[in-house]
Design a protein around this ligand. Sequence first.
Ligand SMILES: [Zn+2]
Length: 242
Amino acid sequence: MTAPKSFSIQDIYDRIYAAISERRLLPGTKLSEEKLAEVFSTSRTRIREVLMRLNQELIVETHHNRGAFVASPSQEDLHKVFAVRCALERAVVQALAQKFKGQKATSLRQHLALEASARKAGDHATLAHLTGAFHVRLAEATDNHIFADSVRRLVALTGLVIAQFDADQSACPENEHDEIVKAIEAGNATGAEKLLLHHLNHVEKAIQTPEPIEETLDFAVLLGMSVAKSAPSSALSKKRKA
Ligand SMILES: [Zn+2]
């Protein structure tokens, strides 16, 4: 182990933030001030400052007398997040189509290349991170840091919901990012906006809670209120495991 370096508040924030948005720290995880202070070789006061900032950004929840936890957003929260993402990101791609028309969007192209190589390598964790980050890269490319900060926060919240519902999922379907970049480079604001909304709709749909198990199980049979018509009991138990 190397000698501990001194971390600035921003460093600590960045590390905790990355761990949450990359789903290394999952929703509901307790963020102990004491343990974090030890890890970063810093004071609890500085850790508290970082946790307060993450709390203002809705990424961390603080419970009176119990401390701070990685936020656990619900399906309804997800829906609200996507309503705001649609409003915000359509304005982002509109601004980009005006900015880039006829020019190559180099930073976005570089990002797409990273996504493609992670996809090729089957590196799902990196891909999940990169596909979320693509939306932040779009917002950054506007040179309006308020767009970038807002999208970054919403992407992190989206990551939290994905972590809660399906930790292995990379929510952005293949090729849709490329299509958006092409429309931006062509200066096609309306097209880019349409593709973006379509894409976010796909992403949101892909993060729905898993099908409730009730739909595949016959509760009347399972609770002994009715006899299975033809399925032997072994078939039922198989179904429950699947
Ligand atoms: Zn996407």
